[in-house]
Write a protein that binds this ligand. Sequence first.
Ligand code: GLC
Length: 539
Amino acid sequence: MIGGRRPWWLHAAVYQIYVRSFADANGDGTGDVAGIRSRLPYLADLGIDAIWVNPWYRSPLHDGGYDVADYRNLDPRFGTIEDAEALIADAREHGIGVLVDLVPNHSSSEHPWFVEALASAPGSPARARYHFKAGRGVEGELPPNDWLSNFGGPAWTRIDDGEWYLHLFDSSQPDFNWENPAVIAEFDDILRFWLDRGIAGMRVDVAPGLMKHPDFPDIGDVSQADSAMAIKDHPFWDRDDVHPIIRRWRSIFDEYDGAMMVAEAWVRADRLPLYLRPDEYHQAFEFDLVRAPWDAATFTSVIGEAFAAANAVGSTPTWVLSNHDVVRHPTRYGLPGDIDPAKWLLDGPHELLDEEAGSRRARAAAMIVMALPGSVYLYQGDELGLPEVWDLPESVLDDPVWENSGRRRKGRDGCRVPIPWEATGPSLGNGAVAPWMPQPEGFAALAVSEQLRDEDSMLNLYRSALAIRRERLTSDEDFEQAVSPNVVEFTRGRGFRCIVNMGTSPVPMPTGEVLLASGSIGDELPSDTAVWLVDSSGE
Ligand code: GLC
């Protein structure tokens, strides 16, 4: 809840909205801001403190909106700036803050600056806002260096006059030159534009990108996918000179009471605290649980390390199970721990998936992240237990990862399928017509309308857990973890205990008053089940 003395974001439940797929009010098959507004009562009943809205700016949507053509306006498919303002105001009435997504590493190739750069001569000030370089080879026919795009293929594209421009993602996402004062000033202004409209904060995309080595050296023969974690002084990732920019933004945020920034920073665990120094980001997503297999020892150590890192800089951890970039966790937990879920989407074997185990574990995992001190980020559909739609036909795939990887990575569409609100109709209640991405048959049974009627549904588990969290788990004092094989166990203030059996056989049921359980329990705590208990001393 916004307000009060302790910064709200230290202990918030934030709900991530992928606008395209949340709710379509104008019936064009694409979700929109009016759709979000119409569902605010649902979000308030769920019990969240804030929403983070994925990019809603004007965009050709080559990368789902992470290719921004106008940072100060919405895409007409999503709404208008007035709709955004109305959402911020309505959300506030419901006690919900709005976080917007800041995309500072790159713009869309349709951004007026890039259009101007293409129309201008090599060496011109318009080109200097991006990274244009001459190529190598006799006639400049080779890219300026060996950097690869995150989506596959070279990170450089050649234009008609022979120069190359840098894009760490799709070729429609040219990287800004953050050495250029014009870029710095532009983003100062964009920050203020949204802060002046009353947002509660910003999620910052590709936070460790931005700065590039001035000499643009080759990376060499390290696998580039691993290089960001392996190389010191990496030429384009997690460079030390990104921190002055963060400090600059923080000083702007500090002018706005309660506003916060959360970084998307996929970096080595020992580097993450650097982003969380008191004059930098307020929070950074803790992604280690996203990468963790269903294994008690791994969960226990990830939790312990996240606390150590956050404590060292006086912050609290942020817990994430899924987002719009990863395979949804009910599916991840239904796969053997040694399988890479992103590869499995395409390569299978798909018979390996145990959906029931995945869903049991997803219930238990939700109770872990909602019980831990710190903030929890929920991705739309987590509360419905939506699985990854792994069998989307190739003909509907939209994520640039699919083509850019030479069709070797299926991409992220399977976690972005529109939300089922009702069990029938062309979009399962998402809008008046079939949505931009087809929904599988199985989504009908997972619709909000169905789950509201079933007291044991995933939705009701989330609602109960968030209500208990809000009412009772208000103190982060006395957090302690126990280390026991196959069991994740921790306590926090007022005699609260969370115990999760991740092993394959039941364990004795601990004593205490049961507040909530993820499955049926008796004298024993079954495998893949979580329970929240309170000691009599906590009453
Ligand atoms: C971030 C976003 C992802 C996007 C990429 C490029 O990782 O979460 O969806 O594709 O940045 O902007």
